[in-house]
Write a protein that binds this ligand. Structure first.
Ligand code: PEP
Ligand code: MN
Length: 340
């Protein structure tokens, strides 16, 4: 971090501003110019708020030269993080395929979909039990009963399960029953929830990108979980809000190579919530694989027309099967390994 001082300040100003930094346990390196001087801050600047230094009247502006996140930063952890869920690996040169209904609706539904996606080659079953719906009048999910149905589907297929936690009061139950805990887009900046899944579990956390989150905000959310004790974070790009209204969201494919550069954490893509339309899932899933994604999360429903949530963006099992055949071909052009 570099503090750029105003023109023609005096020695006392330099000393006063340097003291602010030194008192925080960091070192300074002062470079005096004829007109303008700068103070370089040496050490871990993650705990410094540049805006507070800018309050001093002798300071012109403060520039960050390194990112405010540390644990999630590739600079301090060059190798890809690989997260293991049973014998499934997420990250590195492994491709993970997560699929299932938006919401668990009944035992028959979730088991039928679980068997179908497993037969197509999916590695992990998804299914919402607690649903973050825009309207309080929409289906809110079956709650704890759905967790038991997911466990039954896991028993029937052997697929590990991934489902969304909205309320930390259920964390013990999730620890007992769930393999991957999803934090949804709307809760990406729910800092008390992020702290709880940092402190209260070592289960992998699938952290979806907030609707309007920058890469840095998203990585700072991951940092919250990691700094609180859980290093197992999987990032999931699921589309962001833009001025376009034709699609539900806009899939940010650039997030994949950018995040690969900024962080060692795995990044997967959810093309279902990105486009909001089932026919956009196939092209965007393929594009994501070619852009280097570590996996896909796709909504699959056995009867999308009657789905209680997100039917319009859900693939029928047959379509998912066809898609995975193509994904397996495409994976040959990337350095990713499909897991059986
Ligand atoms: C979901 O996965 O069903 C979901 C609600 O996702 P998001 O948080 O990305 O909207
Ligand atoms: Mn959904």
């Amino acid at each position: 971090m570099i503090i750029v001082m105003k023109n023609n300040i005096c020695e006392d100003d330099l000393k006063r501003v340097s003291k602010i930094v030194i008192e925080k346990g960091l070192e300074v390196s002062v470079v005096k110019g004829d007109e303008q001087s700068i103070i370089g801050i040496i050490g871990d600047t993650t705990k410094i708020d540049p805006r507070l230094i800018e309050v001093d009247e002798a300071v012109d502006h403060v520039m960050r030269v390194s990112e405010p996140y540390k644990l999630a930063n590739r600079a301090f952890h060059p190798d890809d993080t690989i997260i293991e869920v049973g014998n499934i690996k997420i990250g590195g040169d492994n491709l993970v395929l997560i699929a299932g209904p938006c919401s668990v609706e009944s035992e028959e539904q979730v088991i039928e979909v679980a068997k179908a996606v497993k037969a197509s080659g999916a590695n992990i079953l998804r299914g919402g039990a607690f649903k973050p719906r825009t309207s309080p009048y929409s289906f809110q999910g079956m709650g704890s009963n759905a967790l038991d149905l997911l466990v039954a589907a896991k028993k029937a297929t052997g697929l590990p399960i991934c489902t969304e936690l909205m309320d930390a009061d259920y964390l013990d139950e999730f620890n007992e029953k769930v393999d991957i805990i999803q934090i949804g887009a709307r809760n990406m900046q729910n800092y008390s929830l992020l702290k709880r899944v940092g402190q209260g579990t070592k289960k992998p956390i699938l952290l979806k990108r907030g609707l309007s989150a920058t890469y840095e905000e998203w990585l700072m959310a991951a940092e919250y979980i990691m700094a609180n004790g859980n290093p197992n974070v999987i990032l999931c790009e699921r589309g962001i809000r833009t001025f376009e209204t034709y699609t539900r969201n806009t899939l940010d494919l650039q997030a994949i190579p950018v995040l690969k550069r900024l962080t060692h954490l795995p990044i997967i893509v959810d093309p279902s919530h990105a486009g909001g339309k089932w026919w956009l899932v196939e092209p965007m899933a393929k594009a994501s694989i070619l852009a280097g994604a570590d996996g896909l999360m796709i909504e699959v429903h056995n009867n999308p027309e009657a789905a209680l949530c997100d039917g319009a963006q859900s693939l029928k099992p047959k379509k998912y099967d066809n898609l995975l055949k193509e994904i397996k071909e495409l994976a040959k052009f990337t350095n990713k390994r499909i897991q059986e």
